[in-house]
Design a protein around this ligand. Structure first.
Ligand SMILES: [Zn+2]
Length: 241
């Protein structure tokens, strides 16, 4: 049997996924990373998918499901929205998700959360939502949100698994290990609630500046890296009410 490259990779750097149960007593918080048109809606911008993408569609569906549960329970939700000032580039990416355009807004399936009283929206202009939460006075919107809500379990979903989701998770785990995040115990990355983009090597060969980014492989690598830093990777998230 000839193994596909992605299967070889999964055999070489495997990781266990678990089923995570969240109950009324869990003190859970949900973080949605960049589930915005500019990264998720077909044709919505320079970094948006060019055609419908199964991994991205599933990520949106699963994220919406968990957001519905959190909002019904009035549990805390924080949504990061990548939003850049015009003319201020984010190296090495082309201009994207400019503030005030629809690219930087939540996808239609999630736009309703903006009206929910338990939801905090944080526009950020860098990959890492933890760094993007630093305000001019030095305070941090994310750190304050975790502490004020006494969050013990953080559930993370969004895009891209190996970029903004991973960077945020790594910074959060570092901060937690330093004791900066109060009662926070577990950072859970919900794998089916995450996605990344697809840029196969066959396309990257034609471009001297862009790195190849095969979707299935990089999604796996992102989860693997998060797990290596101490996150839990959940294949299944169940709510016990
Ligand atoms: Zn950006």
């Amino acid at each position: 049997m000839v193994l596909q490259t992605v299967e070889i990779l999964k055999n070489e750097i495997p990781f266990e996924e678990e089923s995570v149960y969240i109950s009324e007593d869990s003190k859970a918080g949900l973080v949605l990373v960049d589930i915005i048109n500019g990264f998720c809606t077909v044709g919505a911008g320079s970094l948006a998918p060019r055609e419908p993408n199964r991994q991205i569609s599933e990520m949106i569906e699963e994220s919406e499901k968990v957001a519905r549960v959190f909002c019904a329970k009035k549990w805390p939700v924080l949504a990061f929205l990548d939003s850049h000032q015009p003319g201020k580039l984010e190296h090495p990416y082309p201009p994207h998700c400019i503030t005030g355009t629809d690219e930087s807004n939540l996808v239609p399936a999630l736009s309703w959360i903006e009206e929910e009283p338990n939801v905090t929206i944080r526009r950020k202009d860098c990959y890492d939502g933890f760094v993007g939460s630093i305000q001019e006075d030095g305070s941090n919107v994310f750190v304050d949100w975790v502490k004020n809500n006494k969050i013990e379990v953080l559930l993370v979903v969004g895009i891209c698994t190996d970029i903004c989701v991973l960077d945020f998770v790594c910074s959060t785990l570092s901060a937690k290990n330093r004791g900066l995040l109060g009662p926070l115990e577990d950072v859970v990355v919900y794998s089916r609630g995450c996605a990344t983009f697809d840029f196969p090597v066959s396309m990257a060969r034609n471009s001297k500046d862009l790195l190849a980014h095969p979707q299935e492989m990089m999604h796996h690598v992102g989860l693997y890296m998060a797990k290596g830093r101490g996150a839990k990777i959940a294949r299944q998230v169940s709510f016990i009410m």
